[in-house]
Design a protein around this ligand. Structure first.
Ligand code: SF4
Length: 706
């Protein structure tokens, strides 16, 4: 008999509610949940095809082990697999110390999965070497919010999109990356024609369909552009002096700094006409309600933190925060990137928005977990972590629900690191992940529709992801795999002591986790699985005793800093690390297609998602093709300082002259060699450690066909 289970989409950070139709054996269909506040029944092409991505042929079904590099893996039972892993990891800790072990997890894990992994790494193994692929997604936004507002808390809600008068979209192709939110914006704009939309993007992306003004800035010049806009706001008197005086610090330093960012200077540097700059400033300065939306175009940069803060500066200068329809609103890429921030599953964080570099915070968490202390040595962020693997410092690497062999920049170096790491465990649902080939131990994980737990979307809304069917074969939920390993390791590392991992179900894990949020800015202590099932998805903060979450933060202009004030951040524009030069004359940008997700381990199994784009192509401005005597479909060797691959050309007027664009999704399987990250660079922002995936200098050489 067909049944329906309400759950949440596992793709992007919009966090849409879905209704899963199933017969308890198979998932038969999905539809949008009209009750879910994020999507109100809408789904995009990816969400609407979730049921078709459950192809059993693509799944890992049994644990597999190999006893030496180059040998074939053999099927093994779960107990033997986890006993072996515990023995190898325990030996590594004994011989080389806790920091010889590392964990690399994912923004697609559920909150409970994150929590158990985090506790395993820090409380049991004794290392802060746990980072997430969310490092590639939003760590610059974390720094931006903390520096400006005092806490990592996006202050807005999706309903602000409908209520805004001017929506500034910077470095986000939300038409492809957050399609349901883009649909909400489109409907809002068509019902309120007076609404204005500004899009800041070097490329005329699909999102520009709604743009009243498109600022096609030179790649990486965002900080100069935001400072230039502030310069005009000051000149014209379009700032909120009362808000600045009463609720902020640091404005004088910023005012002095932006004096240099004259319209002439910014226009030349950013490649934007002065009239457009003036118009942007006028729209921003005169809007009754200003909302900014941004994503990877700002975050994935060696100046990612500075870009975030320069944009938030505009909101503080105009008092556009804490009111309906206004505020600086960073969009998260992955479905539970926010959950990783909340549980502190990034090397520099701790649960409950605490910092791993803060002694007081280390003591608080250690006390809560009932252990003597947490380590004070810093952990390694994603790029540093794989560098340490390559240098031989990491001897045992546990990868869960992520595909770093494809998704990290400078792919050849990452694959070299994985190939020489003495012990690599890959916990994964799909055999199609490029990282599986490097696993010494391969563990089958449950996937969407088969596991239970919480996720938090971009607007701080916590939703329940519910299981509809049992996992196939011997696949298990991620939290259980981590917990079972932990209980084995405890026999070596904490013999005779009470287990820290005696969890029977995700609701129990959530109840333990939320205690670490009590009294903090993200207080979720009033939330439980039962409460979400009763009231539906809720936004944090939601302290114990509350009746509803908070749709908007800072409505009283009180910020979570020591003095209650927000901070202007005054930092000069820094040029991108890699520039065009004679040998590499084009700048490569990367981004998303509407119908694919990440490395296509899941969407790549759905034929209809290849309907609009069925192959990787290098997008180039048609005038650049003409001047170089290149033709549509011509095969080119695309080279950066790190590697090369062969791709056909596609003339695309959306790409500016001197630039190129590649969708990020295409990996080794589809390109029959290395994926597109063979070209991208691992340089990262010094504060957020987020790598510069958006800008690499490349050159093109025709491929001689035999
Ligand atoms: Fe899923 Fe995002 Fe599409 Fe919503 S917008 S259905 S969360 S992929």
């Amino acid at each position: 008999m067909t049944q329906t289970t309400a759950s949440t989409c596992c793709y992007c950070g919009v966090g849409c509610g879905v209704l899963i139709e199933h017969d308890q054996q198979r998932i038969l269909g999905v539809s949008g949940d009209p009750q879910h506040p994020a999507n109100l029944g809408r789904l995009c092409s990816k969400g609407a095809s979730l049921h078709q991505s459950s192809d059993p042929a693509a799944r890992l079904l049994h644990p597999q082990l190999r006893l030496g590099k180059g040998l074939a893996r053999s099927r093994i039972d779960w107990d033997s697999a986890l006993d072996h892993a515990a023995e190898v990891i325990g030996r590594s800790i004994a011989e080389h110390g806790p920091d010889s072990v590392a964990f690399y997890v994912s923004g697609q894990l559920l909150t409970e999965d994150y929590y158990v992994f985090n506790k395993l790494a820090r409380a049991l193994v004794g290392t802060h070497n746990i980072d997430s692929n969310s490092r590639l997604c939003m760590s610059s936004a974390v720094v931006g919010y903390k520096r400006s507002l005092g806490a990592d808390a996006p202050p807005c809600s999706y309903e602000d999109i409908e209520q805004s008068d001017c929506v500034l979209i910077a470095g986000s192709n939300m038409a492809n990356a957050h399609p349901v939110l883009f649909g909400r914006l489109r409907e809002a704009k068509s019902s309120r024609p007076e609404m204005r939309v500004i899009v800041i993007d070097p490329r005329r992306s699909e999102t520009c369909e709604l743009a009243d003004l498109h600022l096609a800035l030179q790649p990486g010049t965002d900080v100069a552009l935001f400072h230039g806009i502030l310069h005009i706001l000051l000149w014209e008197g379009w700032i909120d002096r009362e808000f600045i005086e009463q609720h902020t610090e640091g404005f004088d330093a910023l005012k002095a700094l932006v004096r240099d960012y004259t319209p002439t200077m910014v226009s030349e540097l950013c490649g934007i006409h002065q009239d457009d700059l003036q118009q942007a400033a006028r729209l921003i300065g005169s809007a009754p309600r200003l909302l900014s939306l941004w994503c990877m175009g700002l975050n994935q940069s060696t100046a990612g933190s500075a870009k975030n803060n320069a944009l938030i500066n505009l909101h503080l200068a105009t008092g556009q925060i804490g009111k309906p329809g206004s505020g600086p609103f960073s969009l998260t890429g992955q479905p539970n990137a926010m959950g990783g921030r909340e549980t502190g599953t990034l090397a520099n964080l701790l649960p409950g928005h605490r910092d791993a570099g803060n002694l007081q915070h280390l003591h608080e968490v250690a006390d809560y977990w009932g252990i003597p202390a947490l380590p004070e040595r810093p952990g390694l962020s994603a790029i540093e972590l794989f560098e340490a693997v390559r240098n031989g410092r990491i001897k045992a690497l546990w990868i869960a629900c992520s595909n770093p062999a494809q998704s990290l920049p400078d792919q050849q170096l990452v694959q070299q690191a994985l190939a020489i790491c003495p012990f690599v465990v890959v916990q994964e649902a799909f055999a199609t992940s490029e990282t599986c080939q490097f696993a010494d131990l391969l563990l089958p994980a449950a996937s969407w529709g088969e596991k239970d737990g919480m996720v938090t979307n971009s607007e701080r809304r916590i939703s329940h992801v519910r299981a509809a069917i049992a996992p196939p074969g011997e696949a298990r939920p991620d939290w259980r795999i981590a917990g079972d390993l932990a209980q084995r390791l405890e026999k070596q590392l904490r013999p005779g002591q009470r287990s820290l991992f005696a969890f029977d179900n995700p609701a129990q894990i959530y109840d333990e986790y939320k205690g670490l949020t009590a009294g903090r800015d993200l207080d979720c202590s009033g939330i439980s699985h039962a409460l979400i099932d009763r009231l539906g998805p809720q936004q944090w903060p939601f302290p114990a005793g509350a009746e509803a979450g908070k749709p908007r933060l800072y409505t009283d202009a009180q910020f979570p800093s020591a003095d209650g004030r927000a901070r202007f951040v005054a930092e000069h524009y820094q040029p991108p690390r890699e520039k065009r030069e004679a040998r590499y004359p084009l700048l490569l940008n990367t981004g998303r297609l509407r119908d694919q997700w990440h490395g296509m381990t899941r969407t790549g199994t759905v034929a209809r998602l290849f309907g609009s784009v069925d192959r990787a192509q290098l997008h180039l401005n048609p005038a650049d093709m003409t001047s170089r005597r290149l033709r549509e479909g011509q095969l080119m060797r695309v080279s950066s300082r790190r590697g090369n691959l062969v791709l056909p050309l596609h003339g695309d007027p959306a790409v500016a002259s001197g630039q190129a664009f590649l969708p990020m999704h295409w990996g080794d399987r589809f390109l029959k060699g290395l994926g597109i990250n063979v070209l991208t660079q691992p340089a990262f922002d010094p504060l957020s450690k987020q790598p510069e995936l958006k800008q690499s200098a490349i050159r093109l050489d025709p491929v001689d066909l035999p």
